[in-house]
Design a protein. Structure first.
Length: 135
């Protein structure tokens, strides 16, 4: 029978830490990645709804404020066209930010391992810098 002692809990904690360290990369590139991509799509859908691009495109030739004359029609089409361009640029900005966040998510473990290795071993790349600068 296992007694409740500090050595038992110490071993249990150490095993738990090692299993989480081993499981982390598997989670990061499987369930964690799926979760992150779903959150990015939800964010982009929310931004698309808040910008209402579809509504602006659908009503581009509808006169604003019920004005039926040709001047009101031209002003309405021009203003809606400018709104569509501006809102489309904002949406492209959010798509680019989302893609950059996804790239960061995919490369973060490698950057982390790189920093750990080179900070712990204190390797210097002066020879590489010299090689680059001399060419």
């Amino acid at each position: 029978m296992i007694t409740h002692s500090s050595s038992f809990y110490t071993i249990k904690i150490i095993v738990d830490i090692f299993t989480k360290i081993i499981y982390f990369p598997l989670w990061w590139y499987s369930r964690g990645l799926v979760f992150f991509v779903n959150k990015l799509f939800l964010f982009l859908q929310t931004q698309s709804k808040s910008l209402a691009l579809g509504v602006w495109i659908k009503n581009i030739f509808t006169p604003m404020y019920g004005q039926k004359d040709w001047q009101g029609f031209l002003i309405s089409v021009f203003m809606r066209f400018m709104q569509i361009i501006f809102r489309l640029l904002i949406m492209i900005f959010w798509i680019i930010i989302s893609i950059l966040l996804l790239i960061f998510w995919l490369t973060f473990p490698f950057l982390l391992i790189y920093e750990i290795i080179f900070q712990v071993t204190n390797l210097k790349f002066d020879w590489l810098w010299q090689l680059i600068m001399n060419n």
